[in-house]
Design a protein around this ligand. Structure first.
Ligand SMILES: Nc1nc2c(c(=O)[nH]1)N[C@H]1C(S)=C(S)[C@@H](COP(=O)(O)OP(=O)(O)OC[C@H]3O[C@@H](n4cnc5c(=O)[nH]c(N)nc54)[C@H](O)[C@@H]3O)O[C@H]1N2
Ligand SMILES: Nc1nc2c(c(=O)[nH]1)N[C@H]1C(S)=C(S)[C@@H](COP(=O)(O)OP(=O)(O)OC[C@H]3O[C@@H](n4cnc5c(=O)[nH]c(N)nc54)[C@H](O)[C@@H]3O)O[C@H]1N2
Ligand code: SF4
Ligand SMILES: [Mo]
Length: 598
């Protein structure tokens, strides 16, 4: 039996055991501290059934791997090649290609399509983003799931929260929200206000954690004053919530051991960093950091604490708004920018201007179809790697499970390019893998992240601990003029007259971003009066898209939903960056909805 791990971009990073005589049937590693004995259908079914890219191509013609690598090497001789890497495989060895770009004096990307804004908000308050271990989550009494859809995106955490009081804060009445003790069907993009309001009420009821604040949050009084600069009534009206909703929430928050499980949903906006900063500030009001059974969980930075053997000093451009057209050669690896980046119309135009677009991936998609050179990658079962997780502390080596003639691994590709371009200094695959593994902690044969702390922030904040929490102290937002709420009242009274809808794009259970079985419908609230199966045209200032309608009573009247990964969704989304963290802002957009011909 051979041990590996699921490479997919998922909180769970499941440990896998592979029987080489049954290569198509990997199973969950028995007895793993995070697993529940099962893998999900994404890996077992939808990935398995998705056709692989098998033959390399150059200029639309199938060629041998030798010819494709020669063409890639020739293309990489252009000045300043750009590498745009996605998150199709989360193994650390994906990053080995940075060494190539470093040697060639090329350009890499910075920022994120995913958690950039939220991560920036965490850094504001805590100075460092440490993961909350699932074992602490298991000790909580109350679990507040805030913009994360556990059954779809993070199903292996469910056993850890079984039997606890469950509060869900989500604009969609998901099947998970239906099971909660309390569901707040929040208006999108208002989590900052809700968090600040809750902190204010907790303090008005004198239920802030004075003991904790004296040690780690002495600027709390200024924060309380800041929360008071918003008008309660106007805020509630704008959010569409009543005092009873706030009262209900407070009774859960005032319990002893509370965790917040925050997801990507709250931060897909220009103000995304404020959402995490406000939620963290609320948590600090309750003294939830560094206490057993308490804390705030978000996507953690799994590479923290490692000395990264692949780090190079180069120029970078933002990953969410990359100006591809400026480069003669672009290498796209493990990503599908033409489908996954915001503002697809711009992205497509920009990619078409690239002379040598090299696509290095597993499946045919929007980007491979635009590429001049297509290089099939090896799948995770066919190469060696190491899997870290953004959701827990366990680290898994990924061993070779199957030999295959298809594709090339990222390490081999890099080695080939070094050889063909006469570059020097690449160490062996084994050396790089050891460089990562050797830095991990180990407990009873299980590898752990180097900076794993069973009780994060118990000794304070900042890189080295000892510092205080920094409370949120400002908030500027001009997207909806929310500070003054002039239009809010009118809008609420005339719900039937809504002409522009929030475009939600949460994750879909059969696809992993743009891989596997992608949905192709728009979910509409019944109040729109459009029937099941009718065709509609969605439009925003960035583009338009026609989709078949699915009537969905789990939606608020002011929202429509198109799952992330739906072909064309990002024609509607804005090519902008979050105020902090250079993150994509997929939901900073409203769309018009009209009936249309197919
Ligand atoms: N509208 C909207 N868009 C979104 C989001 C949203 O919420 N709304 N979410 C965003 C988020 S959170 C993310 S993380 C991004 C993800 O966006 P991307 O990083 O672009 O990921 P995918 O679209 O899944 O494409 C993954 C690619 O990796 C390739 N691949 C898989 N395994 C390997 C491998 O081992 N080696 C190589 N070389 N290639 C491999 C596959 O062929 C596929 O082309 O999408 C973002 N897009
Ligand atoms: N099946 C599956 N699993 C995945 C992925 C996938 O594509 N498919 N993608 C993986 C990736 S790349 C990531 S980053 C993670 C993300 O994992 P999650 O954070 O769970 O991702 P989302 O589905 O984007 O958003 C979660 C919830 O936020 C809600 N939401 C939307 N807007 C708001 C808002 O303004 N406020 C609040 N409070 N909630 C809001 C949505 O309705 C949704 O239920 O999932 C990973 N797991
Ligand atoms: S739950 Fe996530 S990590 Fe586990 S098998 Fe499924 S996709 Fe992979
Ligand atoms: Mo993501």
């Amino acid at each position: 039996m051979i041990r590996t791990a699921c490479p997919l971009d998922c909180w769970d990073a499941c440990a896998i055991t592979c029987d080489p005589s049954r290569p198509g049937k990997p199973v969950a590693t028995p007895g793993h501290p995070y697993g529940n004995g099962a893998l999900c259908a994404l890996l077992n079914k939808y990935m398995h059934e998705t056709p692989r890219l098998e033959r390399p191509r150059v200029d639309g013609k199938e060629v041998s791997m030798e010819e494709a690598l020669a063409a890639a090497a020739e293309a990489l001789k252009a000045p300043d090649p750009l590498l745009w890497r996605g998150s199709g495989n989360l193994g650390v060895m994906q990053q080995v290609t940075d060494l190539l770009i470093g040697k060639l004096g090329g350009t890499l990307t910075h920022g994120s399509l995913c958690d950039g804004a939220g991560n920036a908000g965490i850094l504001e308050g805590r100075g460092v983003n440490r993961q909350l271990p699932p074992e602490q989550i298991a000790r909580a009494e109350v679990v507040v799931v805030w913009g994360r859809n556990l059954p779809v995106t993070n199903s292996h955490l469910l056993p850890f929260i079984e039997g606890k009081k469950l509060v869900v804060i989500d604009p969609v009445r998901t099947s998970f929200a239906k099971k909660a003790d309390l569901h707040i069907q929040i208006k999108p993009r208002t989590d900052v206000y809700l968090a600040l309001l809750l902190a204010r009420f907790l303090t008005m009821e004198d239920t802030q954690n004075d003991e904790w604040l004296e040690e780690w949050g002495t600027e709390f009084d200024e924060f309380y004053d800041f929360t008071r600069s918003f008008r309660i009534k106007a805020l509630l009206e704008y959010m569409g919530l009543g005092l009873d909703d706030i009262g209900d929430l407070l009774t859960y928050l005032q319990r002893d051991r509370v965790v917040f499980l925050v997801g990507a949903g709250v931060q897909k906006y220009s103000i995304g960093h404020y959402a995490l900063w406000a939620i963290d500030s609320l948590a600090a009001t309750l003294g939830l950091f560094g206490r057993e059974g308490c804390g705030v969980s978000f996507l953690g930075s799994s590479r923290r604490g490692f000395e990264n053997p692949f780090s190079v000093r180069t120029k970078t451009v933002p990953v969410a708004t990359t100006p591809f057209e400026r480069y003669e050669t672009v290498l796209v690896q493990g990503g599908n920018p033409a489908g996954s980046m915001p503002g697809s119309n711009r992205v497509e135009e920009s990619l078409k201007q690239v002379k040598n677009l090299i696509y290095f991936g597993l499946h045919e998609d929007e980007t491979s179809r635009l590429a001049r050179i297509v290089i099939p990658a090896k799948s995770f079962l066919e190469k060696r790697d190491l899997r870290l997780s953004y959701g827990h502390q366990y680290v898994e080596p990924m061993n070779l499970c199957i030999e295959s003639d298809i594709g090339i691994s990222e390490y081999e590709f890099t080695a080939e390019m070094f050889r063909r371009l006469g570059l020097e200094g690449l160490r062996s695959e084994e050396e790089y893998l050891s460089a990562w593994v050797d830095q991990c902690k180990e407990e009873g044969g299980q590898l752990l992240l180097p900076d794993y702390d069973p009780l994060p922030y118990h000794d304070g904040f900042g890189e080295d601990g000892g510092e205080e929490f920094v409370f949120m102290d400002d908030f500027d937002d001009d997207f909806e003029d929310t500070r003054r709420f002039r239009k809010a009242r009118k809008r609420k009274q005339k719900e039937e007259e809504i002409t522009e809808f929030w475009l939600l794009s949460p994750k879909y259970h059969k696809s992993l971003n743009t891989q596997f079985r992608r949905n192709a419908r728009v979910h509409l609230p019944p109040s729109l009066g459009i029937g099941e199966g009718e065709w509609v045209r969605l439009s925003s200032e960035f583009g338009e898209l026609k989709l078949e309608a699915h009537v969905d009573d789990s939606l608020r009247p002011d929202c429509v939903l198109v799952y992330a990964g739906t072909p064309g969704i990002n024609r509607l989304t804005p090519p902008i960056l979050s105020e902090e963290g250079d993150g994509a802002c997929y939901q900073e957009v409203k769309v018009r909805v009209e009936r249309s011909e197919e």
